[in-house]
Design a protein. Structure first.
Length: 574
């Protein structure tokens, strides 16, 4: 009997083979012991239940732990709904052209005209543009020529929709579909996403290219170093060329490429930290040699050596908290929860799933979440509030995965607390809608002004407009570049061949009746406007044609349109 009992518990040959396989697999897992936590012990076999009804075990997650085509298509359908909502929220924003939009589109039209055999460029746009005038402006101008301003803004919307889709794909690879969808849903409704998608400026294109680089960093993590070295640097160089401020986020993409590759290549992943920047710097140097030094001058004047602004730091800090504070707080929550617990309740709890060590989880959380403070910290440091509401969106793109992780952890694996996730997203939605609408009406609607100027145009006339980028863009088919003058600067030659600049130049030009239309709005050069308006009233050589009221987010104002007094017209009463 004893011999029979021993034989009954002797494993078969197939069982011995399986034991050896499990032992080899465990040794392979232990080779990553510095990165991967030890897998949990296999569950002990439970004794057979007593006869009668028993409740079945509830799984940790409510979906199939293995990828399936059904889950893939459901995720894509939900992503499509998120993108559709983002598009509708963006298209609801409506206003006339912003000054930056008008400047870039006008420069783009001049570039296209020059490329088609037209006259040389009348201005060195590269010396003061915040991005290369050879890239985005001609592309946006082509859409503007075909579809008008709506077409150029539609191009930006396409870039922002692509950015949201890339965010989903990147987050899905870092975590899973559920976190990716939540990240896309949160990012799609922030004010910066909606605002940049409705504005024909560099920002949407630059952020899209940064998103491509970040996705490639995660997508090529499993492959060898050569693939990431060949694909990521050209994208980063192009992103920086489109908008120089993108240079701040190029190191973040490189760090993400290294950190994402650590689970698959151990210490060899650090090679990417040297190879990717080396190739990118080489490509940037070659581009500068081809385009000349004007781009370098523009890079210094608008980004690396930008003059200190006049923003109040406490006001800027409050604005940053309003525009991105909630998503940043959720990202901090996700970082803490991910550091405390690596095995996610929202992910399949399979014994074959390797859980990263706490150090790696902390580094990933700090990298993604900390990126959100780069642009606000830099601009607050130099007191520069210009475009802060747009630049904050670059960091929110990186923080969105950790914010989504925080939301999914709070909601739970079986949607135990869905009301908390809904509350967080609805709050983001309301803030994004209100803030983007307010920011999109921060400049006045210039439609009535453009119509008034159009009726006052004369052959070879000269026009003094305080901020002339907008009328110059709308009236580009009728007025040449040299016929416009702004109140920023002037060099005027008097009748006795004397050159005057600054305030004296403006006064001499008005005394001589040089301008056929004069427009002041007291928004940019208010002190100079007051002096010149007083001169117009005193000399009596110009009369006030119309005062056009306007209203923006910050209050009410008016455009004053002055025209010369004709010989058969009486001088205006003072």
């Amino acid at each position: 009997m004893t011999q029979q009992r021993d034989d009954a518990f002797t494993p078969h040959a197939s069982d011995e083979h399986e034991d050896h396989y499990r032992e080899d697999r465990y040794r392979a897992e232990r080779s990553f012991s510095w990165f991967v936590e030890e897998p949990p012990a296999a569950p002990q076999e439970q004794p057979a239940p007593e006869p009668g009804y028993t409740l079945p075990d509830v799984p940790d997650v409510g979906w199939d732990p293995l990828p399936s085509s059904r889950r893939t298509w459901v995720s894509r359908l939900v992503l499509f709904g998120i993108l559709l909502a983002q598009a509708l929220l963006t298209l609801r924003l409506s206003n006339s052209a912003f000054e930056d939009e008008a400047l870039y589109l006008y420069a783009g039209h001049l570039q296209l005209h020059h490329l088609n055999g037209g006259a040389p460029l009348p201005d060195s746009f590269a010396s003061y543009f915040s991005g290369s005038p050879l890239l985005y402006p001609p592309l946006a101008a082509a859409f503007d020529a075909w579809f008008g301003l709506a077409g150029a803004r539609g191009l930006s919307l396409g870039f922002m929709l692509g950015t949201t889709a890339l965010l989903y794909m990147m987050t899905r690879r870092l975590f899973n579909e559920r976190v990716g969808l939540v990240a896309a849903a949160c990012f799609a409704v922030t004010q910066s996403t909606l605002f940049m998608g409705a504005l024909a400026t560099y920002d949407a294109a630059a952020l899209f290219l940064i998103a491509v680089g970040a996705w490639l960093a995660v997508r090529t993590a499993r492959r060898g170093w050569w693939l990431s070295t060949l694909t990521i640097p050209p994208v980063l160089v192009l992103a920086v060329a489109v908008k120089y401020a993108s240079l701040m986020y190029a190191p973040i993409v490189v760090a993400l490429a290294c950190l994402a590759a650590v689970p698959y290549h151990a210490w060899r992943a650090l090679l990417r930290a040297f190879l990717i920047p080396a190739v990118a710097v080489g490509g940037a140097y070659a581009a500068l040699r081809l385009t000349g030094s004007d781009m370098l001058e523009g890079l210094q004047s608008t980004t690396t050596a930008r003059a200190t602004g006049h923003g109040v730091r406490m006001d800027m800090l409050r604005d940053c908290a309003e525009w991105g504070g909630l998503l940043f707080a959720l990202a901090l929550l996700g970082t803490v929860l991910y550091a405390l617990k690596g095995r996610m309740s929202e992910a399949p709890t399979m014994h074959a799933v390797r859980v990263p060590r706490r150090l790696w989880r902390i580094l990933m959380g700090l990298l993604l979440t900390g990126t959100a403070v780069l642009a606000p910290a830099y601009q607050i440091w130099i007191h520069e509030s210009v475009s802060l509401h747009k630049h904050i969106g670059y960091g929110l793109f990186f923080a969105a995965p950790m914010a989504a992780l925080g939301i999914t952890r709070v909601v739970g694996s079986h949607f135990r607390h869905p009301q908390l996730g809904i509350l967080a997203w609805v709050t983001l939605l309301v803030l994004g809608m209100v803030q983007s609408n307010s920011l999109y009406h921060a400049w006045p609607n210039s439609s009535q002004l453009i119509a008034t100027l159009d009726r006052q145009l004369v052959p070879n006339g000269h026009y003094l407009v305080e901020a002339n980028s907008v009328p110059r863009y709308y009236l580009r088919e009728k007025v040449e570049f040299g016929q416009w003058t702004s109140t920023y600067t002037i060099t005027y030659q008097t009748k006795d061949k004397k050159l005057l600049s600054g305030e004296q130049g403006f006064k001499a030009a008005l005394t001589d009746g040089y301008f056929d239309v004069v427009v002041f709005d007291r928004t940019v050069t208010g002190a100079l406007d007051e002096k010149l308006t007083k001169q117009l009233r005193t000399e009596g050589k110009y009369r006030l044609l119309v005062s056009i009221p306007y209203q923006n987010t910050y209050g009410k104002g008016f455009y004053q349109v002055w025209i010369p007094v004709k010989k058969n017209q009486p001088a205006p009463q003072q």
